[in-house]
Design a protein around this ligand. Structure first.
Ligand code: AMP
Length: 427
């Protein structure tokens, strides 16, 4: 049998890849307006980084990470997410000492998780994410959320739902944690074994359990919002006030949690409400992680970020039937007739491309009609016809494929003719 792509991965072919490039361009342009700078970290890192940075009790680390030993006996992992690597680099490169604070970074690239593949869930997927490190101003939380929303809105998505929550600071979380333990403990034997383990270690994660989602104690569980101390409550109110100031609609959902100790204050998700969008509706997830930098060996530094995958973004665009404005048209297709003309095409084509035009020619010795057909397939705006006769007269015949008009132009004028008609939009 022929070899196929590994399960949960895909080829992105020409025709499709332009959409990815377009999305990445839009996201990068928006990052520029917000002053987030690109960072590129390795595809693989020490496994240890993710055990500390993602948490060794999480499914990602326990069940989904691609871990391997290299020939030197080091335990490495294909990165399952982008935050821990960015924080590792922040610490290693002492970015905390940079006079420009907060340090605002974005990244894009493939992530790897051994998950059960289904619509919207891959084993290799491309995330785009940002991290802002070094500020605990709620305006940064609102900025990060607005950046994510802006990417989606610039691409034309309309059916979006932003949900936010606050996990509070350490004091609030400790009080809430105690209330959760008291709430679940008397009936914990009705819960799955994972939840039983979580009770003392990390009761917040019980709220995240997929198996026990419908247990009556879930909906009556104490809400974190009732345990926020004054400082955390004011922080959360400010985030909301700033979002309102930017006309960003949101819903507060106290069940939105992130189970690890170093997550605090703001957590958010952006979902698609589009009809026909699959079962997995989360497009983007993010939150504040004021303890993470320390966990990875750096000085205490607050941080917040988000990540979304291009795969799910494309699915949302499809569900809303949004076609991205991708330029397909070719500026000029060369049709040549005769040996000398064909030879000469090499030089003109080179000059044309050098001047920045998209240009193509025939390489299969096709007949005139077939060359015109090829020009059509390329959506050529102009077809330049060069025969030996024209060449002798130092002329070239140009056909405007939209209007059907044809003109004979002196060969040395050819590029300026296209410049006038394509770049300046003349006729
Ligand atoms: P997470 O890093 O798990 O918080 O995920 C952040 C975002 O990455 C999600 O909201 C999805 O858009 C995307 N994502 C996570 N896992 C996958 C996957 N297996 N396949 C495609 N996209 C994913």
């Amino acid at each position: 049998m022929s070899i196929q792509v590994p399960r949960g991965t895909q080829d992105i072919l020409p025709g499709e890849v332009e959409k990815w490039q377009y999305i990445e361009e839009v996201a990068k342009d928006i990052c520029k307006t917000y002053q987030y700078k690109e960072i590129r970290t390795p595809i693989f890192e020490s496994s240890e980084l993710f055990m500390r940075g993602v948490g060794d009790t999480t499914d990602i680390v326990q069940k989904e990470m691609y871990v391997f030993e290299d020939r030197g006996g080091r335990s490495l992992a294909l990165r399952p997410e982008g935050t821990a690597p960015v924080v590792r680099s922040f610490v290693q490169n002492k970015m905390f000492g940079d006079p420009n604070q907060p340090v605002k970074l974005f990244y894009t690239g493939p992530m790897f998780r051994y998950e059960r593949p289904q619509a919207g869930r891959y084993r290799q997927f491309v995330q785009f994410g940002v991290e802002a490190l070094g500020s605990e101003d709620p305006a940064i939380d609102a900025e990060v959320i607005s950046l994510a929303m802006q990417v989606y809105q610039k691409l034309g998505l309309k059916n979006l739902k932003l949900i936010i929550n606050s996990l509070g600071d350490t004091e609030s979380r400790t009080n809430h944690r105690e209330a959760l333990i008291n709430h679940f403990k008397p009936r914990i034997d009705e819960f799955c074994s994972d939840c039983q383990n979580r009770l003392e270690k990390n009761p917040l994660r019980i709220l995240d359990c997929k198996k026990d989602r419908d247990h009556e104690l879930m909906s009556s569980a104490p809400s974190i919002l009732d345990y926020l101390n004054d400082e955390s409550r004011i922080y959360f109110e400010k985030v909301q006030k700033y979002l309102q100031a930017m006309d960003i609609e949101f819903v507060v959902d106290p069940t939105l949690v992130r189970g690890l100790d170093y997550y605090n204050h703001t957590a958010f998700e952006i979902m698609s409400n589009a009809e026909g969008f699959g079962a997995i509706t989360t497009l983007c997830g993010g939150g504040r992680y004021n303890g993470l930098v320390e966990m990875i060996g750096g000085p205490a530094t607050p941080g917040i970020g988000f990540a979304f995958s291009i795969e799910r973004l494309l699915a949302a665009l499809e569900a809303e039937r949004i076609a991205l404005p991708i330029e397909e048209a070719l500026d000029c297709y060369f049709v040549s007739l005769g040996e000398e003309a064909k030879d000469h095409t090499v030089k003109i084509l080179h000059e044309l491309r050098n001047a920045g035009f998209t240009a193509e020619r025939d390489y299969l010795d096709r007949k005139l009609k077939a060359q015109f057909k090829a020009a059509d397939r390329h959506h050529a705006k102009f077809v330049a016809v060069l025969g030996d006769e024209e060449l002798k007269n130092n002329k070239i015949n140009i056909k405007n494929m939209q209007s059907g008009e044809q003109e004979e132009v002196a060969l040395p004028e050819f590029i300026s003719y296209l410049e006038k008609h394509i770049r300046l939009g003349g006729h």
